[in-house]
Ligand binder design. Structure first.
Ligand code: NAI
Length: 256
């Protein structure tokens, strides 16, 4: 119940999918949670639901690709909750699923703006607060697509590979400040992102879901909570000797 009691966590992309599960599990384990997203109705509803079960939770409308908005929201969350101890860089988009030679510059740039620059902005503006707290934990949502290739979504692969190494670099830079930085690498998790990806890319999304499930030796897709429990672990002091590391939660996808 109290694995992250007394900590304040910022979670980006917290309104839906994996981010929502992270907010729920962190709040249930005692954290105050600051929810950042663009889906205001879902974000506000989640904050209200968490408060109704006794947690400290608030929602901010933040585009992680907008540096001024990121800084303002992080500063406000810290003022509201009295400090910052963990940042979950979860917000991300799948982007276009086209071969490289068909992708426009704007399509490429939008994925990098959210998935890479968004992680940079949030990390940049969280660091001063984490330092003031005497340390903390930053968790980047990378992907199996940040570890191995597949014949789809080139800008997404590039972005997830980038955040994997951003975690390692910042782990080295901020270790003296006792700020740990790690990446999580989910396999396919059943969320609005994956549902949308299958609908956009395949004539028969149900058959595609089965085919994707079969890529995981455990034989099925993951659930958002499978990732959220990893986030709770990395945000908590249970993981105090882990930094610059990769937590792979993928049903065996990358074990081949
Ligand atoms: P999702 O699309 O279901 O939810 C993402 C959330 O992020 C949404 O609430 C969305 O509004 C928010 N968001 C998107 N752009 C934003 C922006 N610019 N500023 C603020 N919020 C923004 O996605 P899902 O599946 O929950 O993914 C979460 C993270 O996990 C992403 O970084 C994704 O790349 C990563 N991931 C997901 C996998 C999966 O199979 N679902 C597998 C591996 C990694």
């Amino acid at each position: 119940m109290d694995r992250v009691k007394g900590k304040t966590c910022v979670i980006t992309g917290a309104a839906l999918g994996i981010g929502k599960a992270c907010a729920e599990r962190l709040a249930d384990e005692g954290a105050a949670v600051a929810l950042f997203d663009l889906h205001d109705a879902e974000g506000e509803a989640l904050a209200a639901a968490l408060r109704a079960r006794g947690a400290r939770a608030s929602y901010w409308h933040v585009d992680v690709a907008d540096e001024a908005a990121v800084k303002a929201a992080i500063d406000e969350a810290v003022a509201a909750f009295g400090g910052l101890h963990a940042l979950v860089n979860n917000a991300g988009i799948a982007g276009v699923n086209k071969p490289t030679h068909e992708i426009t510059e704007a399509e490429w740039d939008r994925v990098q703006a959210v998935n890479v620059k968004g992680v940079f902005f949030c990390t940049k503006h969280a660091i001063p607060h984490l330092r003031r707290a005497g340390g903390g934990s930053i968790i980047h949502l990378s992907s199996i697509y940040g570890l191995v290739g597949a014949a789809d979504s080139p800008p997404y692969h590039a972005s997830k590979g980038a955040v994997r190494l951003m975690a390692k670099t910042d782990a080295m830079i901020y270790a003296p400040d006792r700020i740990r930085v790690n990446s999580i690498h989910p396999g396919f998790i059943w969320t609005p992102m994956v549902e949308g990806h299958l609908k956009a890319s395949f004539a028969d999304p149900a058959a595609a879901r089965e085919a994707v499930a079969a890529l995981h030796p455990l034989g099925h897709l993951g659930a958002p909570d499978d990732i959220a429990w990893g986030v709770v672990y990395l945000a908590s002091d249970e993981s105090k000797f882990i930094t610059g590391s990769e937590l792979v939660i993928d049903g065996g996808y990358t074990a081949h």
